[in-house]
Every structure is written in C-alpha cells, then in structure tokens.
Design a protein around this ligand. Structure first.
Ligand SMILES: Nc1nonc1C(=O)NCc1ccc(Cl)cc1
Length: 250
C-alpha cells in the first residue's frame, strides 16, 4: 500500500512509521509512506504557508499555492511509484465517517494521497479541484488533520495482506467481524480475587470459540445494538445470544 501525505508537521507521522505493527509494515515494505511539506514549496523569505480568509473572521487558512504544489508533487510521485492515479483524501469533520468497511475500501483501492490540514481549513476550490474524497474520524474538532490522517492510514494499513502476522494480534476473524470484541485474559489466573473464566483454561477449543462468540454477541447487544441492526445472525449466533441474555437476565 502506497501512501503520500501532505502535512506541515511531517515528523508527527513517525508515530506510525516507527512503531508497532505499522512501523514493521513500513520496514518490510508492505506499506510505503512519504510526506510532502507545503512549507518546502514556499518561495517567499518567511516561507509562508497560511493566508487570510476572504470575508474576514478569526484564524487563517492554508495558503493555496504551497498547499497545491505539495499535493501535486505527492500525486506525481504516487503515479511514478505505482503506475496508478492516486485517490486524494482530505480529513475534516465534514467528511464521510470512517469505519471498518471504509478502511477496507481504502486498503483495497488505489494509492492514497492524504492531505492533513492545519489552521481553520483549506480553500473550498482546492477541495473541489484537488481532493477526491473527504473523510472524518468522528464528530469532534481537532487541532489539525495529522492525527485523523494517522488513524485512517493505520486502520487501512492493518488490512494490507502480510501486515498482521498471526503473532501480532488476532487477525480479524470472520465471526467477530462487525461485532465488538470479547473479553481477554492473561496471567495471573487471579487478580484481586477475580478469576479467569474456566472455559478459557479448559483447552476445549470448540467451547472457547463458542464462549468468545457468545461474549462478542452479548456485548454488542448491550453496548452497540445498532451494530446488530440489519445483520442476519445465523442459527448458532442466535442461540448463543439468547443464552447470553438469559444468563445476564437481560
Ligand atoms: N474530526 C475530524 N475527522 O477528521 N478530521 C477531523 C478534524 O477535527 N480535523 C481538524 C482539522 C482539519 C483540517 C484543518 Cl485545515 C484543520 C483542522
């Protein structure tokens, strides 16, 4: 997966290129990430990257010429590196809400150029002319697009084949896709008098699989019933959810 980023703070992306699963993915070449800084395209003495908004009001916007130069440079590199035209995405609260399905779409699609904004925003004509899709990671206002960009890239990179080795963490099993995760336990067997559920110590892998599925279904029903809307549960899943609800007097 090839990702170009446009950001005034390139070093922030070390958070995903140097650490953990995504860091290893970059090291192994499963994911390529390159950053272009609009400031490097400034031609004035002060290397200006912001500009005043027409119509007045508080704050500044990203300067159009340096932003567009960085986006165009990233797009050109994407095409040169992959032979494909990139999908240019911009992170803002006005965008499509990112979810696992969206992450799958992004991971399976063409190379990405991810534009991380700063200040109060970017010129709408740049959105119209240079951005293909706007995405949001949630309904709250952050100080810039870098953290949302890293969230989007991380969620997509995990889905690139070879990135999640089985030892890293439970690769998305088919049964829990779209459900909340089950509870997890590790040593010691007792913490402040609280024991590990016996089934997990039993070595009975069928019973363990069913217990985990039951817990995922029950927790999803309790905490995020919306995730179960419009989802057909199969016979086993219906039975396990029923058992969970009876056991929890729900
Ligand atoms: N929530 C979100 N989901 O995606 N992005 C956000 C967000 O708050 N961005 C802040 C932001 C975005 C663009 C600019 Cl120019 C400045 C600040």
């Amino acid at each position: 997966m090839w990702v170009g980023v446009v950001s005034l703070f390139p070093e922030m992306f070390e958070a995903i290129t140097r650490y953990g699963v995504t860091g290893r993915a970059v090291e192994k070449g499963h994911v390529a990430l390159e950053v272009w800084n609009p400031r490097d395209f400034a031609t004035d003495r002060h290397r200006t990257v912001d500009d005043r908004p027409y119509g007045g009001g508080p704050g500044m916007l990203m300067k159009v010429d340096t932003l567009r130069a960085a986006i165009h440079a990233a797009k050109a590199r994407a095409e040169q590196a992959t032979g494909q035209r990139p999908r240019v995405v911009y992170l803002s609260p006005q965008g499509r809400r990112l979810d696992q399905a969206g992450a799958r779409e992004l991971a399976a699609g063409p190379p990405l150029v991810v534009v991380a904004g700063r200040y109060e925003g970017i010129d709408e004509r740049v959105v119209e002319s240079d951005i293909d899709e706007e995405w949001s990671i949630g309904d709250y206002v952050l100080s810039g697009g870098e953290l949302p960009a890293m969230v989007l890239i991380d969620a997509a990179a995990r889905l690139v084949p070879g990135v999640l080795g089985h030892q890293d963490s439970a690769v998305e099993d088919s049964f829990n896709e779209g459900l909340l995760d089950c509870p997890h336990y590790t040593r010691p067997e007792v913490i402040d008098g609280r024991r590990v559920p016996e089934v997990l110590l039993s070595g009975n892998h069928g019973a363990i699989r069913r217990w985990r599925l039951k817990q995922s279904l029950g927790r999803t029903w309790q905490r995020r019933p919306d995730l179960l809307e419009g989802r057909e549960l199969n016979k086993e899943q219906r039975k396990l959810l029923q058992e969970f609800l009876e056991e929890h007097a729900l």
